[in-house]
Design a protein around this ligand. Structure first.
Ligand code: NAG
Ligand code: NAG
Length: 328
């Protein structure tokens, strides 16, 4: 990720701070309805890793534990107990059993954590939506939860629900997620519907949806003006310049001035592989004290507060306090 992109990202975060406030705080983004950035792309898993109030350890802890609930539980443990449990995890992470965690082992662990986090999110969401608890989400149940109506006729296809997606787009996405086509979503299908950006089967739909929304001249590609769309109308010049920079240097990979289908996917769908690699770099930079490009169990346990929380290092709590201290 280029520095400029990071900077404009931080600007954007600051800009939307009031909106994002609740989700930037402790472990709460699992039931976050603001799943998308203002340009329509899905938020990356690490979207609040660095914010205006600094580094947020919650992301690191979730990337190691693969569960928001478990990360919260660790925040309440005595440091010794938290270290002991982390020690147990290290033996699972250490695939070749050499008592060191190398970059590959850590990356593959983090990628599995992301899958676990996604599953946990879907479970939570399912418990909210599946009203009669039969293990299936029906379209009326979803309508009731996300749009607050009993029947589609009560709203217009142009209405947006909790996710900010148009009703007709949600409906189209529903049929793609409904793999067996029985009209209702079982858990594995609902998982795809809830986190489409983490399931390859949804990528063509997401690219198409982006085109339907933004490709006003219908040439199957997105140019800079289409990319900006209506968002530009109440923004200043600096914002346009930073978006232009992002478009030219990050999104338009082949530099031909437009985003093709591949570039649209790379923009809309966060790259978990890259995020996991950045997280590995971050954890190595913090904990690889002897710079041998390996993390000994001892190094990890010495820096346990970077990997998992405990009552002594409840950064989440601090961050929350600071945030509201600044705001009020
Ligand atoms: C993911 O979840 C499985 C099943 O609960 C668990 O055994 C595994 O350790 C978890 N992995 C990570 C990386 O969090
Ligand atoms: C996406 O659009 C293309 C071209 O219009 C179409 O062939 C394809 O079936 C669409 N895929 C989905 C998942 O909507």
């Amino acid at each position: 990720m280029s520095l400029q992109y990071l900077l404009s990202f931080i600007l954007l975060l600051t800009h939307n701070m009031v909106l994002h406030c609740a989700s930037a705080a402790v472990h709460s983004h699992s039931v976050d309805n603001l799943e998308r950035e203002s340009d329509g792309s899905f938020r990356a898993r690490d979207f609040d890793h660095y914010s205006d109030s600094g580094h947020n350890s919650e992301f690191d802890h979730e990337a190691i534990l693969g569960s928001v609930k478990e990360a919260e539980e660790f925040d309440k443990l005595k440091p010794e107990e938290s270290r002991r449990r982390l020690g147990l995890l290290l033996t699972k992470m250490d695939l070749n059993g050499d008592q060191y965690i190398d970059r590959k082992e850590l990356k593959s662990w983090i990628l599995k954590s992301f899958i676990n986090l996604s599953k946990e999110e879907a479970e939570e969401r399912m418990s909210e939506v599946d009203n009669n608890r039969d293990g299936l989400v029906t379209w009326p149940e979803y309508l009731q939860d996300a749009f607050g109506v009993d029947a589609e006729e009560e709203i217009s296809p142009e209405d947006t629900g909790d996710t900010g997606m148009l009703l007709r787009e949600e409906k189209a996405m529903w049929s793609v997620a409904d793999g067996n086509g029985d009209g209702a979503l079982e858990f594995n299908e609902f998982k795809v519907f809830t986190n489409p950006e983490e399931h390859e089967v949804m990528f063509p739909f997401l690219v198409n949806q982006t085109l339907r929304e933004k490709d006003t001249n219908k040439d199957g590609r997105i140019d800079f003006n289409e990319y900006i769309g209506e968002r530009g109308s109440n923004e200043d010049k600096a914002w346009i310049i930073s978006e232009k920079d992002k478009f030219e240097h990050d999104l338009d990979v082949n530099g031909d001035g437009v985003l093709d289908l591949t570039e649209i996917r790379q923009w809309v769908v966060p790259d978990n592989d890259e995020i996991a690699e950045e997280e590995v770099d971050h954890l190595f930079a913090t904990a690889d004290d002897d710079h041998d490009d390996l993390l000994s169990f001892d190094e990890v346990l010495r820096h346990h507060d970077v990997f998992v929380g405990s009552e002594a290092t409840d950064y989440g709590g601090d961050l929350y306090g600071e945030h509201f201290g600044d705001e009020l």
